[in-house]
Design a protein around this ligand. Sequence first.
Ligand SMILES: C[S@@+](CC[C@H](N)C(=O)[O-])C[C@H]1O[C@@H](n2cnc3c(N)ncnc32)[C@H](O)[C@@H]1O
Length: 263
Amino acid sequence: MGIEESVSSHYGAGNVLQLLLGIVAASGGNPDSFSPANLRGADQLHIGGPAATTRVATRAGIRAGSRVLELGSGMGGVSRHLASDFGASVHGIDLTPEFVQTARTITERTGLSGQVTFSQGSILALPFEDDSFDAALMVHVGMNIQDKDTAFAEAARVLRPGSVFAVYDVMLVGGDLETYPLPWAATPDTSFPQPPLAYSDALAQAGFLVDHEAKPLAEGIEFLERAAASGRPAGVDAAAFSNLLAAFRAGVLAPVEIYAHLP
Ligand SMILES: C[S@@+](CC[C@H](N)C(=O)[O-])C[C@H]1O[C@@H](n2cnc3c(N)ncnc32)[C@H](O)[C@@H]1O
């Protein structure tokens, strides 16, 4: 099995839509037509959930009318958030067919299909024309991407000159990563976390100018501790979750945001 096939089978559990609709029902919503708030952030698979999305989108300057590409859009929670809270028009692309189908269904049932669309595919070969978007976000995807040079070159190709590219990933900040499973991979075969410097180098090679970097480690640890106490995100393995928290506390991994733009 190749990397992309393994990654896609890691994420596609077969019951993602039912889990999300169960959360909507438990919050008192109608599963056929509901507000994104009924999902309580369960459709956003990253450290910090919706609060982190608001922070990253604000720092990236996403605004009404922005035409945004989300690389690795998962269940579509980030893309919908950019549309509902920032007024952006968003296209998400993701490898995992079950996530893309779930993203489309949830988007339709939250009334956002006019602003948010999805494709199934790889960020290593984007099915879009050059200069198609004016901003891009990649949130917690790079840990599964071995060839970041190609991913960032593709992002640069489809973005217009002057566009912002915000990357928010779990990165390697010290020592060696030895303990698996982690939330994005059961084994090292599909796990490629890298230091922030490797990201900056790959971004520069693709033609981006790196503007700013942030490492919200304390918030990340607090988020994981709170989630561990109140129930992990649906579908995330308990051992993977506690290994990630241990790696944060040990200073091996950290959530890192990098903001760059095309000249
Ligand atoms: C941890 S989830 C994050 C999803 C979303 N960005 C969010 O924050 O909710 C990682 C996603 O990256 C996707 N992914 C991994 N490698 C990919 C690739 N080469 N092309 C497109 N999507 C990919 C996976 O299918 C998965 O949905």
